[in-house]
Write a protein that binds this ligand. Sequence first.
Ligand code: CUA
Length: 347
Amino acid sequence: MKSTFPLFPDSASSLSSHVDALYIIWALVSVFFTILIAGLIVFFMARYHRSDPEQVGVEERAAVWLEILWSAVPLVVMLAMFAWGTRVFFQLYRPPADAVEYTAIGKQWMWKVQHPEGQSEINALHVPVGQSIKVKLASEDVIHSFYIPAFRIKQDAVPGRYTSLWFKATKPGVYHLFCAEYCGTEHSRMIGSVYVMEPRDYETWIAGGVGGKSMVASGADLFTSLACVTCHRPSPGVTQRGPNLEGVYNSQVKLADGRTVIADDNYVREAILNPFAKVVAGYDPVMPTFQGQVTEEQLTQLIAYVRSLGSTGSAPAGGTGGTPAAGTAPSTAANTPQTPGPAAPQK
Ligand code: CUA
């Protein structure tokens, strides 16, 4: 019914029908109460109108049960709708653990997409059907908004931090990708296409692409070329100037000022661009900023690499080598919450 209803875009993701159901039921409930209340107003106007000019109004007292009824019923309806809406909201904003991470960087006026395998594309996003995909969003300039109507998802891409959304496409096809935040003169032309392909076709597409390095491999290269290795790789007998990054991702990090933070994407990003903001306990603030030296793409690659170094105890996947820094690194990575997460999918 919905697919033939011209006001609705295609319904092509695992959650689009949930969003539609919520929307339609909400609309029907609103229409029902609007008609009920408007109807009663008209009815009472007719029923209780003044029939002669001398008539004086009489004060009416509503029965207590009636007052309770017309307060309790809307309350229950509202709470039910709230609970349902919250459920859908959390489904929309919590990617499943098996989601593969892509990045999309907004820039006046295009979307630059990076695949975990290394492919990049502009104003296009190729994905396999049936695979949960998390899109990490960043912006190079102003606020953009990543919007795929057929999947019923929309999320701002904000300069200076990461946001994300996720979807699982359920129907092969080509769908609109829009920028849904006014971002300058050519905002209306900041559009693209999402190509949902059968997994076999997607494999062919990925294989036929310009052979780029995976996000993790590119990040590992940067880690060396930007000389991050000189301070962030443990070498026996040398006092380490920066924390060993193995096992740091998504762990709790104790800071010099006593705070504890989670080393998530936004934390790693800030550590690279603004190293003095959150100095790890036990280290001096000696790290230079890399502001202006790394692009948004390179930042996401570096973060993918740091994530590939895993949480505490897991083997490094990147290739910086080095033994776990027993005794050299502060025990910041203890009690790491092991997030199974989309840990650097590699082909
Ligand atoms: Cu980007 Cu509107």
